[in-house]
Design a protein around this ligand. Structure first.
Ligand code: SF4
Ligand code: SF4
Length: 281
């Protein structure tokens, strides 16, 4: 058995993809539609737990003072590992059928899909712990919380979420991608999907971040502005969290226990690819 001392990035990725491929939870049974595979194989990125970038996430204008360092989650932390799980074609394409209402596939992939990701992360943690590697999955930890701080965007009210751990920022640190105007993180497989992360005591090779700017992959095409049914996005301010949240709450009242929207993530150049690379080809 591989131990913490001999574990490499390639072996880790292989083991995770194996857990992913064999996991029965990646299929949702959607009434009236049938079985839907929710996620494609994940992308994986690595960052040193000591990377100074995590300290910058404590700044108010980034995430906020409540954001934990990797070592605050796990004192033995050596590496942060981030995953991007892209939605499948079936999920993404279904959400283009109506300009405002979320598709059933999207709603299931968003809610049942998140439950699957929680289980996937637990299984990875169990696999690593069998090898003697300590782990912490911040999103599943009882210390995880989000503090909402009201604010202003120009003259419009909005809010800032001061989260104890931001999956998108962890993914940025791990070299998986940069932010877009709609505030999602654009990876090499686009933005439509979900991010997850785990902090581990094993030392793995950090991914070299192929960018320097926070918004490097966003081509500012404005497509997400036109797709948003409630005008929550603008070129000047990005996304207004409050306007978006109110719309998603309306969807929740209609489709409870599921909710979602994601119109800004489908039918746009950053849906399933890095639009900067596509533009430069
Ligand atoms: S749709 Fe265009 S402007 Fe909006 S996040 Fe994607 S690349 Fe950026
Ligand atoms: S999730 Fe929906 S409401 Fe929120 S910004 Fe995107 S398109 Fe607009």
């Amino acid at each position: 058995m591989r131990t913490a001392d001999t574990y490499s990035n390639a072996e880790f990725i292989n083991d995770c993809l194996d857990v992913f491929a064999k996991h029965p939870g990646n299929i949702a049974v959607v009434p009236g539609i049938g079985s839907v595979v929710m996620y494609e194989e994940p992308l994986v990125g690595f960052a040193s737990a000591d990377d100074e970038i995590f300290r910058t996430f404590k700044k108010k204008e980034v995430v906020g003072k409540n954001h934990f360092l990797p070592s605050e989650w796990l004192p033995e932390a050596k590496t942060v590992i981030s995953f991007f799980l892209p939605f499948t074609d079936a999920v993404r394409e279904s959400n283009e059928s109506d300009p405002a209402e979320p598709s059933a596939e999207w709603l299931y992939a968003r809610i049942e899909g998140q439950q699957f990701i929680g289980q996937f992360m637990k299984d990875i943690a169990a696999m690593l712990e069998e090898k003697g590697i300590m782990t912490c999955v911040p999103a599943l930890d009882e210390r995880f919380e989000v503090k909402i701080e009201p604010g202003l965007e120009g003259l419009k009210p909005t809010f800032h979420a001061d989260s104890r751990w931001s999956e998108r920022h962890a993914a940025y640190a791990c070299g998986l991608g940069t932010f877009g105007l709609s505030r999602g993180l654009i990876s090499e497989k686009g933005m439509a999907g979900r991010y997850a992360s785990i902090i581990v005591s094993a030392e793995l090779e950090p991914t070299v971040r192929p960018y320097t700017g926070v918004y490097d992959y966003c081509i500012r095409c404005g497509a997400c502005i036109r797709k948003c049914p409630v005008n929550a996005i603008s070129l000047k301010h990005g996304k207004n969290n409050l306007t978006c949240h109110k719309h998603v709450e309306k969807m929740k009242a209609k489709y409870s226990p599921r909710y979602g929207c994601g119109k800004c993530q489908v039918g746009v150049p950053c849906e399933h690819t890095n639009p900067l690379r596509r533009a430069s080809k």
